[in-house]
Design a protein around this ligand. Structure first.
Ligand SMILES: [Fe+2]
Length: 367
């Protein structure tokens, strides 16, 4: 049976970006989707394989090996850097990711740690490398992640594929129940060693719109009062993938991994910058240890509202064809934006791959 995304039943909708259940489509529909994409190899595949839990592993951030000047990355490759905001977000032109040696990759990790979100333009060579070489490239930055409920590329389970056909039934159904497509989250926060560096590669998308927005959680932390920071520093949050998996099971979607639960510090220390980052999301956290439900909800609502409404510590990436984005999942929250749709015409398909590099166990504040 071929499985692809569908949201025909609005009652079944999860978030637009990461948790939409994937159910069966007809062979006719499958043929239409395959005929309409420039990258059929990267359409979601649904092999019924079962992934074991990720075992603990040693991790040393490649940025810690980098020279502060980033001489290899920037001078030798003639790259041009354009800051998107004063403190976060950089566009890089004139740099071919596929050509980087290990020293340049270390410096790239440092750049991403410092700027949080980096968009690399004109990455045709990288996109043409194919999934095997792309996965190997990303493995330099951490272990691959295997998603429990989303589509990947056949024989390349580290690829998380976001493919939205953009048909108007799908989007009309979605917006009949949702006031916004925004869902702010970190990727895969429920794992013991969640992703550090995460790559998003645009394969196909609208000419205008479909941006991705990011918020800096270290700056969000600094904006809090010393009293409030002291209160949240020792708090521990419970992250779980159980709701996502149960939701998918209930709808008959494919599940490829058991539920994972981890307890992480609400404030984590970034291993490269040393900054304290609020590690919270609205997707996988089920509560805070030692808090009653209403207390957990009040604290979560306050922090998420603080981060989501803080446009003065956010950046919005405008995608262009052949753009690759690498962001730091430890110091940011992000959300997709579905604004490229009208009820008459639907929308152009949007097709993105994600490669997440699993990193350190989140480091708590010690003082
Ligand atoms: Fe995400």
């Amino acid at each position: 049976m071929t499985l692809l995304s569908t949201t025909a039943d609005s009652e079944k909708l999860g978030s637009y970006d990461i948790n939409i259940p994937y159910l069966a489509v007809t062979a006719e529909e499958q043929a239409r989707i395959e005929g309409g994409t420039q990258y059929p190899l990267y359409l979601p595949s649904w092999d019924p394989v079962w992934f074991k839990p990720m075992p603990p592993f040693e991790f040393s951030d490649p940025a810690l090996r980098a020279g502060a000047s980033k001489a290899t990355l920037l001078r030798e490759l003639n790259a041009k850097l354009i800051d998107m905001t004063p403190r976060m977000g950089t566009i890089v032109e004139g740099l071919d990711l596929s050509a980087l040696d290990n020293a340049a990759k270390d410096e790239l990790a440092l750049l991403v740690s410092e700027r949080k979100v980096v968009a690399f333009r004109a990455q045709g060579n990288f996109l043409d490398m194919g999934p095997t070489a792309q996965q190997q490239w990303m493995n330099y930055f951490g272990k691959p992640n295997y998603q429990p409920v989303s589509g990947s590329i056949k024989d390349h389970p580290g690829f998380h594929i976001i493919h939205r056909d953009g048909n108007k039934e799908e989007l009309t159904s979605f917006f009949s129940q949702k006031t916004t497509s925004c869902l702010w989250h970190q990727d895969v926060s429920y794992e013991r060693q969640p992703p550090g560096y995460v790559m998003l590669g645009l394969l196909e998308g609208p000419e205008v719109g479909g941006d991705t927005v990011f918020a800096a959680t270290d700056e969000a932390y600094r904006r809090l009062s010393p009293s409030f920071r002291a209160m949240i520093n020792p708090v521990k949050a419970i992250h779980s993938s159980a709701n996502m998996i149960n939701h998918t099971k209930a709808l008959g979607g494919l599940v490829r991994k058991g539920a994972v639960q981890s307890v992480h510090p609400l404030v984590r220390v970034h291993p490269v910058t040393g900054e304290r980052c609020i590690f919270i999301n609205g997707e996988f956290i089920t509560g805070f240890q030692g808090f009653k439900q209403a207390e957990s909800k009040a604290l979560s609502d306050f922090l998420l509202n603080h981060i989501i409404t803080g446009h003065d510590f956010q950046v919005r990436v405008h995608w262009q064809p052949k753009t690759i984005v690498i962001f730091d999942n430890r110091s940011t929250l992000h959300s997709a934006i579905v604004d490229y749709f009208d009820e008459e015409n639907g929308a152009k398909a949007r097709h993105i791959f994600r490669l997440a590099a699993m990193a350190e166990v989140p480091v708590p504040v010690t003082e």
